[in-house]
Design a protein around this ligand. Structure first.
Ligand SMILES: [Ca+2]
Ligand SMILES: [Ca+2]
Length: 178
């Protein structure tokens, strides 16, 4: 065991003393272009306009786990920044047969109540498509309020937006880098 530890320490110290780019001591190596995360998609992505999406419909997850899943596969939860993007995505989800389900997006107002941002890009939500009366930051009996943005055909008027409790487990939409 001690011998193993010594070997590990020796390897670590060799690694640490290896030559580095002196201009940028704190830089992390960028993944190479051949990285499977960025170059080779093993999941079925749908190209809608300029964007590529993955519909997470094999299991339901809360907002954080949905984001984790997208991130692990080199993507982000989707942001929706125009009517065109919204319509393309809605049409695609309906054609997929999931038009009456809930889908997480990257939207959240956890940073500041009432101020929705796309967590994936850090940009404020500008284009909006809320269901009537939303976002309402509904407060549940356990004290949880609504801070995460889902698509939901609440009124039979299409996949409009709703703020929902981030712990709610549902489907989600990942978006691949442009
Ligand atoms: Ca909220
Ligand atoms: Ca709501």
């Amino acid at each position: 065991m001690l011998k193993f530890l010594f070997v590990c320490l020796a390897l670590a110290s060799v690694g640490y003393s290896a030559p580095r780019d002196e201009k940028c001591l704190n830089c992390v190596e960028e993944p190479s272009k051949s990285s499977f995360l960025t170059a080779h998609w093993t999941m079925p992505l749908s190209k809608l306009g300029e964007r590529r999406y993955y519909l997470g419909t094999f299991f339901k997850a809360n907002w954080y786990k949905s984001a984790k899943f997208c991130n692990y596969h080199g993507m982000q939860l989707a942001s929706i920044e125009s009517q065109l993007e919204n319509d393309q995505l809605e049409k695609h989800i309906k054609e997929f047969g999931f038009g009456n389900e809930h889908f997480w997006t990257a939207g959240t107002d956890q940073g500041e109540e009432g101020s929705f941002f796309w967590m994936s890009t850090g940009r404020p939500v500008t284009f909006t498509n809320w269901n009537a009366g939303e976002p309402n930051n509904f407060r549940y009996e356990n004290g949880e309020e609504e801070h995460c943005l889902e698509l939901w055909n609440r009124d039979g008027k299409g996949l409009k937006w709703n703020d929902s409790p981030c712990s709610f487990e549902t489907y989600f939409v990942c978006e691949a880098p442009m």
